[in-house]
Design a protein around this ligand. Structure first.
Ligand SMILES: [Zn+2]
Ligand SMILES: [Zn+2]
Length: 349
């Protein structure tokens, strides 16, 4: 076993603090990765603070992991020592159920093994995530990372990237379509970049006019201020697809009104409170409201390859691990453009 240095939460109400634990030995199909960068996702905060149910402490968050392979098991085929590698939100699944066989490991009927704070079904204990110096993962759940992109800025693709790419790809967003992204944060800024790279005409819905300049830079054709009724009216019934990235209570019906016949709106932001739906928002004309959760492993690789081809990474602010608690407060206030990434060198020194 290898000792990993880490930062962990020890209770719902105390700051993250240094911790160390043992990573498993490298099995025949395992890849050992020295973690170089890890993104900070809002889910990390919800989990470590027990906002989504009681966490298992000490809890090491982090599921936007990139680094370099330091060892591989004897049967590993895809990776060799020295390669770049990434790990996203999952590290295992049953691989036999209908969801796994179809490539939707995130919907594994036996429950996927998520990268942190999740029972490790094969070995016992709970998984520990990327706020650490190393990780050992089955090669089937390890992603290839291009050396063409900035490595630190690639980390957020592993959660924010796939969360937005998967629905855009599944609902075949592309040329000739008018697409709306609701909310400009970690998810929304990836949605803008990816949807515009797919060839769609992309608009940002936001409540803050101050975000216009950034939205245009990130690929939006224009910005629609959702509080402005005249602007909203002008675009009513004209969108093919809307990706709703808002993780707070908000009015779904206002955005559903923007969809044309058979238009689809997909929720990817997790509102802590139930959202109100007026059935008539779906009736006139026939509209679809649905949701999406990250993406399968093959699709995550496809997303990484797509981003490498189109030169897409996240806009990031790099921090040291020692600044993680301050970063959490800023994430909660949406005061980050648009993702914090931890430089894991700071954990080794
Ligand atoms: Zn995440
Ligand atoms: Zn399964």
């Amino acid at each position: 076993m290898t000792t990993a240095k880490a930062y962990a939460g020890f209770s719902a109400t105390t700051p993250l603090a240094p911790y160390s634990f043992e990573r498993r030995d490298v099995g025949p199909l395992d890849v050992q990765i020295e973690i170089l960068f890890c993104g900070v996702c809002h889910s990390d905060i919800h989990t470590v603070r027990s906002e989504w149910g009681p966490a298992n402490y000490p809890c090491v968050p982090g599921h936007e992991i990139v680094g370099r392979v330091t060892a591989v098991g004897r049967d590993v085929k895809k990776f060799k020592t020295g390669d770049l590698a990434g790990v996203g939100c999952m590290v295992d699944s049953c691989r036999e159920c209908s969801s796994c066989k179809a490539g939707f490991e995130q919907f594994c009927l036996a429950g996927a093994t998520f990268t942190y704070n999740n029972p490790d079904k094969k070995r016992g204990g709970f998984t520990c995530g990327g706020y650490s110096t190393s990780i050992v993962v089955d090669e089937a759940f390890t992603l290839k990372i291009s050396d063409k992109l900035d490595l630190a800025a690639t980390a957020p693709l592993l959660c924010a990237g796939i969360t937005t790419y998967s629905p855009l790809r599944h609902w075949k967003v592309g040329k000739g379509q008018k697409v709306g992204i609701v909310g400009l944060g970690g998810l929304g800024h990836m949605g803008l970049k990816i949807a515009s790279a797919m060839g769609a005409e992309v608009y940002l819905f936001t409540t803050s006019p101050g975000k216009t300049k950034d939205a245009l830079r990130l690929g939006a054709k224009d910005v629609i201020i959702s509080k402005n009724e005249d602007e909203m009216k002008k675009h009513a019934g004209s969108f093919d697809f809307i990706l709703d990235c808002v993780a707070a209570k908000h009015d779904l019906n206002a955005y559903l009104q923007m969809l044309k016949l058979d238009g689809t709106m997909v929720l990817v932001g997790a509102s802590p409170e139930p959202l109100e739906l007026d059935a008539f928002s779906l009736f006139f004309p026939r509209r679809i409201l649905t949701g999406s959760l990250i993406g399968g492993i093959a699709e995550t690789q496809e997303m990484l390859d797509f981003c490498a081809e189109h030169g897409i990474v996240s806009d990031i602010e790099m921090i040291t691990i020692q600044k993680i608690n301050e970063a959490y407060e800023r994430v909660i206030k949406s005061d980050v453009k648009y993702r914090f990434v931890i430089d894991m060198k700071s954990l080794k020194s």
